[in-house]
Design a protein around this ligand. Structure first.
Ligand code: COA
Length: 160
């Protein structure tokens, strides 16, 4: 059974993340979408909300399990028996950061390998920050986020 983890903050999950996951399940028997409880980022969604949105966004996609983790990502990988970590590589600007993370994770747990997938063209410059900003300012990006995420962002906006 080949299991991989796809860790991230997912504040919120976007179609770019889903694109990466769909590519990963073609290769792995199971992919665990792992929502980091605390990454030092100031998130607009709580971890419960981020996990719930991921769960809803993943409905109907087989071989994906959604969960959350705390602490080192490599400890989580060991716990679930994964030796592969999935990450998305968008623009060149991602490369240095991703490389340093992959190398540090390998130093901490020599069995772990990181596999990078390149998202579809239309998601190459997408980020959760951009999504949050555009929706909060009234922009329409329905094709870049799952419906549940759009609803959740609009709900947050109406409470501001
Ligand atoms: N489509 C859209 N956006 C994407 C994307 C894609 N395919 N791939 C990455 N992104 C965006 C995210 O939306 C996010 O945008 P934001 O910064 O505007 O919010 C950004 O790229 C990177 O975020 P993410 O993929 O969530 O990674 P991260 O850097 O926030 O978190 C963890 C990475 C959780 C894996 C890392 O912090 C971690 O491992 N933490 C646990 C502690 C640990 O082990 N630390 C040591 C690691 S060396």
């Amino acid at each position: 059974m080949k299991t991989a983890i796809y860790p991230g903050t997912f504040d919120p999950i976007t179609n770019g993340h889903i694109d990466i996951l769909k590519k990963a399940v073609r290769i792995f028997d199971k992919v665990i979408l792992a929502v980091a409880e605390d990454t030092g980022k100031k998130t607009i969604f709580t971890v419960d909300e981020r996990e719930e949105l991921c769960r809803k966004a993943m409905e109907g996609i087989e071989k994906i399990e959604v969960t959350r983790f705390n602490g080192l990502v490599v400890d989580f990988a060991k716990k679930v028996g994964a030796i592969t970590m999935i990450r998305g590589l968008r623009a060149i600007s991602d490369f240095e950061y991703e490389l340093s993370q992959a190398l540090m994770n390998e130093k901490l747990y020599s069995d772990i390998d990181t596999i990078f997938f390149v998202p579809d063209n239309k998601y190459l410059y997408l980020s959760s920050t951009m999504v949050r900003q555009v929706v909060s300012l009234g922009g329409n990006i329905k094709d870049l986020i799952p419906e549940c995420v759009e609803e959740a962002l609009l709900k947050k906006r109406s409470k501001e």
